[in-house]
Design a protein around this ligand. Structure first.
Ligand SMILES: [Zn+2]
Length: 340
């Protein structure tokens, strides 16, 4: 099959690799119908040291079940399914607590930008989409359930966003924009989106942002404070992952508020002393247990109440994936959808 391999920073290639096969009775093989490039794929795209052997990449996909292991239940060949970016049994104690990313037999996909994917723990990982066809216009929105929609929703949930909340969202990538959409759905009264790409922040306004702050750093903090009478906001949803974004979050959080980070931190150290302590600020967030949210978010996608798939603004074929990485890296594309 064709698969995307990362050889080093800036070096993505699409090459032939062996087809995946069932290895455990709990596995399934899925033929990928749609996959995509994630903002978090850009981190290794920037940082990875060059290697002679490429490694597969990608963690968001929906597709058709081709084969199931002997222990797989609830799925059959031909089912159109969406996967979470983590795999999990969905039955252990962590899974039952809604923390599927800490599943005792779980892990994370890293080979989904390909024609086929081996899915461990298939029964707990794949969600069938009955009545949805391979050519459905809903596919882009359904694909966001694999990661970015669930991750934005996780930010809002762990940020304790509810009716009347004031919220700052840091970052105008797909996750930030879907954190806006989620905060709106959870009843936030005011949503300040910090981002400087006009096309993206315009979509953020359509998703529910009430204000946009294009400045960053101290200027950005001052702008949010001015909008909130000096207080900051109850929730700060940080969807970037750089230290500067975290520091910005510290600057705009209201006393008693919550900072939720869902951008994968690209730093090992940052201020957690008096910056958090003084204002009784809660720091939370982490990899989103999106499997926990799919059941809740799916109906709104199916009935068209929400259109999270609007974050996709470019479509490429599998051989064109390297162009997709370049386009996202140069901020020419917000999020790239791949049709293998
Ligand atoms: Zn589990």
């Amino acid at each position: 099959m064709k698969a995307t391999l990362l050889y080093g920073a800036g070096d993505v290639r699409v090459e032939e690799v062996p087809d995946p096969v069932i290895q455990e009775p709990t596995d399934a093989i899925v033929r990928v119908v749609r996959t995509c490039i994630c903002g978090s794929d850009l981190h290794p795209y920037h940082n990875k040291s060059p290697e002679a052997v490429g490694r597969q990449i990608g963690h968001e996909f929906l597709g058709v079940v081709e084969e199931t292991g002997a222990a797989v239940t609830g799925l059959r060949r031909g089912d159109l399914v969406v996967s979470s970016f983590s795999y999990q049994d969905n039955t252990c104690d962590f899974c039952r607590e809604g923390l599927q990313t800490s599943c005792r037999v779980g892990g994370f996909f890293s080979a989904a930008q390909a024609e086929f994917v081996r899915v461990p723990q298939a029964s707990g990982t794949l969600v069938a989409l009955p009545g949805v066809g391979e050519d459905s216009p809903l596919l882009p929105s359904l694909l966001t359930l694999a990661d970015v929609y669930g991750t934005g929703y996780h930010a809002a949930r762990t940020g304790r966003v509810g009716p009347g909340s004031t919220v700052t969202v840091i970052g105008d990538g797909a996750v930030g924009l879907l954190a806006v959409l989620s905060a709106r759905a959870l009843g936030a009264e005011r949503i300040i989106l910090m981002g400087r790409h006009r096309a993206r922040t315009d979509l953020g306004r359509e998703f529910g942002a009430t204000d946009v702050v294009a400045e960053r750093g101290e200027e950005g903090v001052a702008a949010v404070r001015e909008l909130t009478h000096g207080d900051g906001t109850h929730a700060v949803l940080e969807a970037v992952g750089y230290l500067e974004a975290y520091e910005q979050a510290l600057g705009v959080v209201r006393p008693g508020g919550v900072i939720s980070r869902v951008g994968v931190p690209q730093y090992a150290q940052g201020p957690v002393g008096r910056a958090l302590f003084g204002g009784n600020v809660t720091l939370t967030g982490g990899p989103a247990p999106v499997r926990n949210y799919i059941d809740a978010l799916l109906p709104g996608v199916l009935d068209g109440t929400v259109e999270p798939g609007r974050v996709f603004d470019r479509v490429v074929s599998l051989p064109e994936v390297p162009d997709g990485y370049r386009a996202m890296d140069r901020r020419e594309a917000l999020k790239v959808l791949v049709r293998p």
